[in-house]
Design a protein. Structure first.
Length: 90
């Protein structure tokens, strides 16, 4: 599905003469290598899917629905947001 969407976007941009890079990576667009390294150190799994979910969890305008059967994202988000949550609960 993602590949077909990317191909359609590429074709539309080519027809409209808009410069387009098919090598778009969400993680490179919204984060830095340093930030991702910090997330991994904080316990986020190192696979690309988990890193993209981390980007969505922190930078999406609305909280995303996380399906997390192994509770890895939940543990990481709790550790990541604990200072914020402690501040809000006071």
């Amino acid at each position: 599905q993602r590949f077909s969407l990317l191909q359609l976007t590429s074709e539309c941009c080519h027809e409209a003469r808009v410069r387009f890079s098919p090598e778009l990576h969400i993680t490179k667009l919204f984060t830095s290598h340093y930030e991702v390294s910090r997330w991994l150190h904080e316990g986020l799994p190192a696979d690309e899917f988990s890193i993209q979910n981390g980007v969505l969890a922190l930078y999406a305008p609305l909280p995303p629905l996380l399906i997390d059967p192994q509770q890895q994202a939940m543990l990481w988000l709790r550790a990541k947001l604990n200072p914020v949550l402690m501040h809000l609960s006071r």
